[in-house]
Ligand binder design. Structure first.
Ligand SMILES: [Ca+2]
Ligand SMILES: [Ca+2]
Length: 308
């Protein structure tokens, strides 16, 4: 068993900066574009990945399709190689601990958040932030009772959790100030990235779906923890290529209405047909006086549809 030292990051920087390494690698064909990072069995082609764990959790790590110069570096925690496999054990204190996969001369960043354990909830609060109460058995097949909560600070809100999204995009909105506490599910990020890809393939020019709402606390939700939002598994989203803060007029009838959010819900149907592992609820909503139309999409594990 080999422990990879924590000062490895410095070694990586020095290695990448050394003329001989870079010159040697530049002459060879590049495979970096096809490189995938595997974390606990899930493969990502992304350069920026968010993961959410508890202290002491283990992440099994691998790099596929790599050049010969590849490896992992951790800013904290224990990074270990055993029998040709690499694993990382999360450090004891909650916080953000990036893991870096170096592949050739490029890097992929896994932004690992060690969450505050749910056992820290006191009267429904953590550090004065009101979360509320979760039922022992959540009403959705894919979601368990929360094990912990991500501590969202002013400093880490801009941290990328997928190529197009940052942690703060999914922040709870009802309480001001920091820190806030929240949940975000990796499958939701996969679904939003794939849905953004699908929308772009339809000819829409915006880079991503805009997020109206992500995590909601049970305390701030009128029916308690009965929403997929309360499990970090749902987002309300819309297409906003003209950047006016509202869903675009997708059917070009001169107004932004539920006819347009219905079209976006149709793209969710298309995506779920291709990726049944990401099946969930989808609702399309009409305009109100305070906001434009939007859709709700989630990864609850069973297909449900509604219209409001
Ligand atoms: Ca718009
Ligand atoms: Ca329209």
């Amino acid at each position: 068993m080999k422990r990879v030292p924590f000062c490895g990051f410095l070694f990586l920087c020095l290695s990448l900066a050394s003329g001989s390494n870079i010159a040697g690698m530049a002459a060879r064909p590049r495979l970096v574009k096809d490189c995938r990072v595997e974390i606990n069995g899930r493969e990502y082609a992304w350069d920026d990945i968010g993961r959410f764990v508890l202290a002491g959790d283990t992440l099994w790590l691998a790099i596929h399709g790599e050049e010969e110069h590849s490896g992992w570096v951790a800013s904290a925690g224990e990074l270990t190689e055993v029998g040709g496999r690499t694993f990382w054990v999360a450090p004891p204190e909650p916080g953000l601990y990036p893991l870096i996969a170096s592949v050739g001369s490029t890097v992929k960043t896994v932004n690992v958040f060690v969450m505050v354990p749910a056992t820290e909830l006191r009267d429904g609060c953590i550090n004065g932030f009101r979360i509320g109460k979760y039922e022992r058995t959540p009403p959705f097949p894919n979601f368990d009772k929360p094990r912990g909560f991500i501590e969202l600070t002013e400093e880490n809100a801009g941290t990328k959790v997928s190529p197009r999204y940052k942690l703060g995009d999914f922040a709870p909105k009802l309480q001001s100030g920091f820190p806030k506490y929240m949940i975000l599910r990796e499958e939701l990020l996969v679904k939003l990235e794939l849905l953004s890809d699908l929308v772009r393939s339809k000819g829409y020019t915006c880079e991503r779906l805009s997020v109206l709402s992500g995590y909601r606390t049970p305390a701030g939700h009128r029916s308690g923890a009965s929403s997929a939002h309360c499990y970090g598994g749902a987002a309300d989203v819309y297409i906003d290529c003209n950047n006016d803060g509202h869903l675009d007029d997708l059917n070009r009838d001169g107004e932004s209405s539920s006819k347009d959010s219905r079209i976006l819900a149709g793209y969710v149907d298309e995506l779920e047909a291709l990726h049944p592992e990401l099946v969930g609820g989808c609702g399309w909503y009409r305009r109100t006086s305070s906001r434009g139309p939007f859709i709700h999409t989630d990864v609850r594990g069973e297909r449900t549809r509604w219209h409001r």
